[in-house]
Design a protein around this ligand. Structure first.
Ligand code: ATP
Length: 638
């Protein structure tokens, strides 16, 4: 294999000191944004494998989000020589894999994300994974400032349990703690800030090597650098809660004023602005405060035909189509590497992916019994359980990304457009309400957003999103109206297309094989999609009637039970009332991708697809708009 060794930077003495620590050292690296933390980690991985002679399998790299996993994996591929075989995992992915190994008979799929993390912590504490491959020689963790709650406890259990035989390198910046979905209670959040860093310092005391990286390499312009001085202020907020809030409000105000002093990019209603985004060769991110704004802006871009991706939640994964196609193309239960590569030739693998890297990825979850073979049954199981390696399931990058600030952490772009942040205001005392926001969290979030750019930072006009609201009962965004009850649209999520049976079979009466070919050849990411009511009869008392997914005038799938249930809840005014009308048409959606789905062999057999139990299905995204009245041509029934 020819090692990739492109664009190596000369390390600073501090970066070099991190890289050069022996494998069993306990290293804590702190730094501001863009100080090269992730880059240093990748170089350290190289040294751990090459000079310290650790096997790739002895190194455990844990990262926070799938976006970060992808970024780290890509950087390893670009920069690391020896470390190419190292696997980067999310905390949730690692916990699930550990549980499947330790207790293979338990159905872990029925546990919540946090439930699995808690069970993994218990397994570690009980010594259920002592010995064998789950004892790493070195644990490496990026972005430890975000480790809180059950995940923090799991990592503490891990480092504590294996401290005799393992070293670690943990890296973080407390100015960038943004917990997103993890903690909604501001009090708990304040308690968690810096807790892991304090635990590491207290537990490892004098054995801990603490190194601070002080430079910034990301920002190549003054604008891109403007927020950096506030990093150390955020790292050293006063201990006293009230004082910390006051100080954070001030920092947020200062950051906001700095951002507003940058050029205004304008509004996405402006055709020139849209053209500037469409034609740009640079990587660009549009960062929003919440997903409602992201959905609105993504909808505007889609209507104007500007290609982009909507950054999905760290928890949403989707398996590439070539996995189902691979399963369909072989009748055997084990594949040799040679046979695998032969089959790959005819499969739609992502552009630029090396067969060797794909082989390594699938073998991580489906290593065959024979030497150098792939276990096809285990691959099917991994697909069914959502257990494919993160590098296979991360979304394909695109040059224009619309993302919440939370989901952008750890990423970098040439150009960053930030939706104008609101002014933080204390709640009126008459309402006797607690703060409905956490000033420290808001300030850190804005700091994270403003430090993502290499070159340019702009403000973007906020979209008119007062109609876009969140429904807590279904945990989705929706399009509201003037009255509290008005419901004019619904956010689509990854789980909204039925995976019960192959497309074509459920209520569509189409030839499944012919539809499969159509999905593979003609349905592309980004194309418009709509939902069409199939009939008016609800499937169950707590569900809407079924809808067909229509793309390009053709019905290509049906919605899932989850969608039908959520739509029912969204449209029901109270828990006792009935829904008497269903929108015949829902427009404004897009195909996010076509993905692989695993099901039963009986389902594929009944559909005439073979007995391999896997197929491809579209995945939708966007904020759907209800049409309550349709006349002939508006409803496209395919
Ligand atoms: N010694 C160096 N010389 C020049 N460029 C460097 C050096 N170290 C890192 N870089 C580059 O600086 C940029 C920022 O690095 P990196 O993303 O690793 O920072 P980070 O500290 O992880 O950032 P953040 O915490 O803000 O996400 C990258 O493009 C990286 O290639």
């Amino acid at each position: 294999m020819t090692p990739l060794l492109s664009s190596e930077h000369r390390l600073t003495p501090e970066q070099q000191a991190v890289v050069d620590q022996p494998w069993d050292a306990r290293v804590l690296v702190t730094a501001g944004a863009g100080a090269g933390k992730t880059y240093t980690l990748v170089r350290r991985l190289d040294v751990l494998v090459e000079r310290e002679e650790l096997e790739a399998g002895e190194i455990l790299v844990l990262s926070f989000s799938r976006a970060a996993v992808r970024e780290l994996t890509e950087r390893i591929e670009r920069h690391a020589v020896a470390a190419q075989r190292i696997r980067v995992q999310t905390f949730d992915g690692w916990a699930s894999a550990l549980l499947h190994r330790a207790y293979p008979d338990v159905d872990w799929g029925t546990y919540s994300f946090d439930g699995r993390i808690e069970a993994a912590t218990e397994a570690l504490d009980k010594g259920a994974v002592e010995g064998g491959e789950y004892v790493p020689a070195h644990v490496m963790i990026d972005e430890v400032q975000d480790l809180i709650g059950v995940r923090r406890e799991m990592v503490e259990a891990l480092l504590d349990r294996f401290q005799e035989n393992s070293g670690f390198t943990v890296v973080g910046d407390s100015a960038q703690s943004v917990y997103g979905f993890q903690v909604s209670d501001p009090d708990q959040r304040a308690e968690e800030t810096d807790r892991f860093l304090e635990w590491v310092r207290a537990t490892f005391g004098e054995d801990l090597v603490e190194i601070h990286l002080g430079d910034n390499f990301r920002a190549r312009s003054d604008t891109a650098r403007m927020a950096l001085p506030h990093g150390s202020e955020l790292q050293h907020l006063p201990r006293d809660r009230t004082a910390a809030r006051g100080e954070a409000e001030r920092i947020h105000g200062d950051l906001r004023a700095l951002l507003l002093s940058t050029p205004n990019f304008g509004s996405l209603d402006d055709p020139f602005v849209l053209a500037a985004l469409r034609d740009s060769p640079d990587s660009t991110a549009i960062l929003t405060r919440d997903n409602g704004q992201a959905l609105s802006l993504s909808g505007t871009l889609a209507t104007a035909g500007v290609p982009h991706t909507l950054q999905r939640s760290a928890r949403e994964r989707s398996a590439p189509v070539w996995i189902a196609e691979l399963l369909a193309s072989t009748g055997t239960t084990a594949l040799t590497r040679e046979r695998f590569e032969d089959l790959l030739v005819g499969l739609p693998v992502p552009v630029g992916s090396a067969p060797e890297a794909l082989w390594r990825s699938v073998r991580k979850v489906a290593r065959g019994r024979g030497r150098g073979t792939l276990d096809v049954v285990a691959l099917h199981r991994a697909l069914a359980e959502g257990g494919l390696p993160d590098e296979l399931t991360a979304a394909q990058p695109s040059s224009l990304v619309v993302s919440t600030m939370h989901r952008a952490k750890g990423l970098e772009f040439d150009r960053v457009l930030i939706v104008e942040p609101r002014v933080l205001k204390e709640p009126a005392p008459v309402r006797k309400k607690k703060y409905d926001y956490d000033p420290s969290a808001e300030a850190r979030l804005l700091y994270v957003a403003m430090t993502r750019a290499r070159d340019d930072l702009y403000v973007l006009d906020a979209p008119p999103s007062w109609l876009v609201r969140k429904d807590k009962r279904v945990d989705r965004w929706y399009l509201g109206g003037r009255s509290t009850w008005a419901r004019n649209g619904i956010e689509l999520i990854g789980a909204d297309v039925s995976h019960e049976q192959p497309p074509g079979t459920e209520g569509l009466r189409q030839n499944a094989e012919e539809l499969r070919r159509h999905l593979m050849a003609d349905v592309h990411a980004g194309v418009e999609a709509e939902l069409v009511l199939l009939h008016g009869i609800p499937v169950a008392a707590d569900q809407s009637p079924p809808y067909a997914v229509v793309v390009g005038g053709r019905r290509i799938a049906v919605v899932s039970e989850r969608f039908r249930t959520d739509l029912h809840r969204l449209l029901r005014r109270t828990s006792h009332s009935e829904v008497d009308r269903w929108p015949p048409l829902i427009t404004g959606l897009r195909v996010e991708c076509v993905e692989s789905v695993a099901g039963s062999p009986a389902a594929t057999e009944a559909a005439g697809l073979g007995t391999h139990g896997a197929w491809v299905a579209p995945r939708l995204c966007g904020l759907g708009r209800f049409h309550w009245y349709t006349d002939g041509p508006e409803v496209n029934t395919g």
